[in-house]
Design a protein around this ligand. Structure first.
Ligand SMILES: O=c1[nH]c(=O)c2[nH]c(=O)[nH]c2[nH]1
Length: 311
């Protein structure tokens, strides 16, 4: 049966581009998911396998990152126009380019006056929480004598665009990771905390909503205000801030994926891409480091399950 080629397009989909712009100590973030689809005089590659008209999808990926560094990202639309024009105008066989962009917005983490002693005045300027609500969780059990209340949250995504380093780790024959003295630290916090209230007669019931709001605030502020040498250290700081600030909470457990942001190597294109001047990063979704730990008030028995995924 004779066949003919119908509509066709190709390109690299879902390039996770994160561009940090530094304006003194104030950082700005653009976080995009960019998909490129090109079409044009591309019959041959389908019919005969000749790649003579094919701009590799790998090149389209590199272009997405390089243009982010060279021109910055003012808006998804302006950046998309720049990319679409680039592919059509610089590559003869390409006559149409479609750029699709999803943008993820971030808000700055607010610090309070009460905590000002922790804040180098500038710290909040590089700490962000992703827009949109986290999911609040609760698990209550009663065994006829004692009530146990576990409160929690998940999908609270936070990012520091500086004040994070990672170095001094074990190096063996399989280690390729380079030590980093200025990296992005980002994680999606899942946490469960246990209240010491048992429901016994005479015990004052906590204000659950206030306790939740304050616990979340302490976690966010500790994340923003910790100069991090590892995600493990940041996690511990978040936990201790909660335990030290909230007398009703005796124990908190975190599960925190390290949402890696790798600096894109633009040196093959003679473009410098360094944290100090505002860099372009590739946000990898997997695999990811997974950092989990419990922080407890000294002397209490841990009760939060190690695997909290079903809570
Ligand atoms: O904060 C980190 N902790 C690690 O244990 C680790 N391991 C790694 O490769 N990167 C990181 N980052």
């Amino acid at each position: 049966m004779p066949t003919i080629l119908g509509q066709n397009q190709y390109g690299k989909a879902e390039n996770r581009v994160v561009k940090i712009t530094r304006d003194g100590d104030t950082h700005h973030i653009k976080d995009l998911n960019v998909s490129v689809a090109l079409s044009g005089d591309l019959d041959d590659v389908h019919y005969s396998g000749s790649n003579a008209h094919v701009l590799p999808t790998d090149t389209t990926k590199n272009t997405v990152f390089a243009k982010a560094k060279e021109h910055g990202i003012e808006s998804a639309e302006a950046y998309g126009v720049l990319l679409a024009r680039h592919f059509v105008e610089s590559c003869e066989p390409i006559s149409r380019a479609r750029i699709r962009i999803e943008q993820y917005d971030w808000e700055r983490i607010e610090t309070s006056d009460a905590n000002s002693k922790f804040i180098g005045a500038d710290e909040v300027k590089h700490s962000f929480v992703r827009k949109g609500q986290e999911i609040r969780t609760a698990q209550i059990t009663f065994d006829g004598e004692r009530v146990e209340v576990l409160s929690g949250l998940k999908e609270l995504t936070v990012l520091n665009s500086t004040n994070s380093e990672f170095w001094g780790y074990i190096k063996d024959r399989y280690t390729t990771l380079k030590e980093d003295y200025d990296r992005i630290l980002a994680t999606e916090v899942a946490a469960v905390w246990r209240h010491n209230w048992t429901g016994a007669a005479g015990e004052r019931t906590p204000n659950w909503d206030k306790s939740y709001a304050q616990t979340k605030r302490h976690m966010l502020q500790a994340f923003a205000e910790t100069y991090s040498l590892s995600l493990q250290q940041t996690l511990y700081q978040m936990g201790s801030r909660v335990i030290n600030s909230r007398p009703e909470v005796d124990e908190i457990r975190f599960s925190m994926p390290n949402k890696h942001h790798f600096k894109v190597d633009l040196s093959p294109f003679d473009i410098k891409n360094e944290a100090a001047d505002g860099a372009v990063y590739y946000a990898a979704d997997r695999p990811y480091g997974l950092i989990e730990a419990t922080v407890l008030r000294d002397g209490v028995t841990p009760r939060i399950p190690v695997d909290m995924t079903n809570l």
